[in-house]
Write a protein that binds this ligand. Structure first.
Ligand code: ZN
Length: 468
């Protein structure tokens, strides 16, 4: 995954996404002769942060190596990476109470991006803006036992990584990529079967599907007694199948050796301690605390802690109106829906946590109706106005005065005698019609609960009279 740094791994060029091609380059990331790399301190901090969050052992002494291969997107003909002494090893991550081992975490630099002319096939271009962007590779132990578990693992990992601000994990922008290895074996065998590597998946769902496809294909091979050849395969999203790319015979010999232009690193315990103190609460802990402190269901806690920005927003809103369950409901059903509809992030939203709390409070205290609350929410989503002022200026305060409502009910009943006899003759939908007319007459401000009570009372009175 790409790390959230402002500058590249070994030079000062910007990492901003979506800029015009080859505008964020320098001699270092273009691989010009004689250019010397300088390691990005922030990238190393983020690597250590990840290592701590994934319970890894941090290598106090690590170094960078050259991984040699030839490809047009790699101008130096080698990539600066890590091999034998990566930044961290031996961690773990829990997925549904099962511990999945993390074998290693290493840092390296990204390559340039090739753009091919799909129509004529006559030309290809290279954009070096991506060349040298810090990458972090996380390798798991072969302990994930199903395609579903692989998908869950990725979701969990993404939540942690984005929580601690290490990467934005946007698969569509390529800031998170995944290569998955799979093998099958008979339950009677101890040894793992020959592994297949699958690449080119651009969503977690695609990872699950690609692995499920391979699982089925490999089991069929083994059942037929055909031995599996180690190979790399590509997922074809359109056809929903994997296709062979290269076999082991074509695999590279990377000729790893220490990068002579960078000294080995020595990380002090003080440096690690400082990073540890900056991490804050991890998502799993926060989810548990939400259940305990706010008395929320595990489902609600999961959604409200799915992103750090959402969890922060929720706690902030609760600090203005201490009804966590209500705030949580409004946040999940109304606000998150509105954000999704408008492709807006919660941090850019004009409805501040205080405003949401004010709306929930007004609905809870029956100052405004539930429906008015939803309308106000939509309005201040674009205007950013204080909801209390809006309610006062637009005179949206709910009518709860019983005398006033009784009068409204009677007026409407006098106006629609036909609806009354319809209701009496068993046409229940006439009740809804009358409700609607009363609400309309009150400009939607009457409290629907009280209206319903009075309407029921009046209609049954009429029916009693009829019987007499
Ligand atoms: Zn550069």
């Amino acid at each position: 995954m790409e790390l959230l740094t402002d500058s590249k791994m070994f030079c000062g060029c910007s990492t901003q996404f979506g800029r015009p091609p080859n505008t964020q380059v320098c001699p270092v990331c273009l691989g010009l002769p004689g250019a010397l790399p300088v390691a990005n301190k922030k990238a190393i901090e983020l690597g250590i942060k990840t290592a701590i969050a994934l319970n890894c052992r941090i290598n106090n002494n690590f170094l960078f190596v050259r991984k040699s291969y030839f490809y047009p997107d790699l101008p130096k003909n080698f990539q600066i990476s890590q091999y034998r002494d990566p930044i961290a090893v031996k961690g773990h991550l829990y997925v549904d109470d099962k511990s999945i081992g993390i074998a290693r975490i290493h840092l390296e630099e990204d390559t340039g991006k090739l753009i091919h002319d799909e129509k004529t096939g006559l030309w290809s271009c290279i954009d070096f803006n991506r060349s040298g962007i810090p990458l972090m590779e996380i390798v798991t132990e072969p302990e994930i036992s199903s395609p579903e578990e692989a998908e869950k693992f990725l979701e969990k990992l993404k939540r942690i990584i984005s929580y601690i601000g290490v990467s934005d994990c946007i698969m569509e922008e390529g800031s998170l990529r995944c290569d998955a290895n799979i093998s099958v074996r008979k339950t009677s065998d101890d040894k793992l079967g020959t592994k297949i590597e699958v690449k080119n998946m651009n969503s977690f769902r695609a990872v699950r599907r690609a692995l499920a496809f391979e699982e089925k294909r490999l089991i069929e091979l083994v059942d037929k007694g055909i031995s599996v050849q180690q190979e790399t395969r590509l997922w074809n999203e359109q056809l929903q199948i994997t296709q062979g790319m290269r076999t082991k015979e074509e695999a590279h010999d990377y000729r790893y050796f220490p990068e002579p232009d960078l000294l080995p690193f020595n990380i002090t315990e003080d440096f690690i301690y400082k990073i540890r103190s900056e991490i804050g609460e991890l998502p799993d802990d926060r989810e548990k605390r939400f259940q305990k402190d706010y008395n929320l269901s595990s489902y609600d806690s999961k959604i409200l802690t799915s992103k750090k920005s959402i969890a922060d927003y929720f706690e902030n809103a609760v600090s203005f109106y201490n009804k966590p369950k209500l705030i949580g409901n409004w946040l999940q059903t109304e606000l998150l829906g509105l954000l999704k509809e408008n492709h807006c992030d919660i941090v850019e939203c004009k409805i501040t946590p205080e405003f949401l709390a004010k709306i929930v409070k007004m609905v809870d205290e029956k100052i405004i109706s539930n429906n008015t609350g939803k309308i106000i929410l939509r309005e201040i989503f674009s205007t950013g106005q204080d909801p209390e002022i809006l309610v006062r200026d637009k005179n949206l305060v709910q009518i709860t005065d019983e005398e006033e409502i009784e009068k409204l009910v009677q007026e409407v009943l006098e106006q629609y005698p036909q609806a009354i006899s319809d209701y009496r003759s068993g046409k229940i939908q006439a009740f809804g019609f009358l409700m609607g007319q009363i609400m309309k007459k009150s400009n939607n401000k009457a409290n629907p609960g009280i209206v319903k009570q009075f309407l029921q009372k009046e209609l049954s009175k009429n029916m009693d009279r009829e019987k007499e």
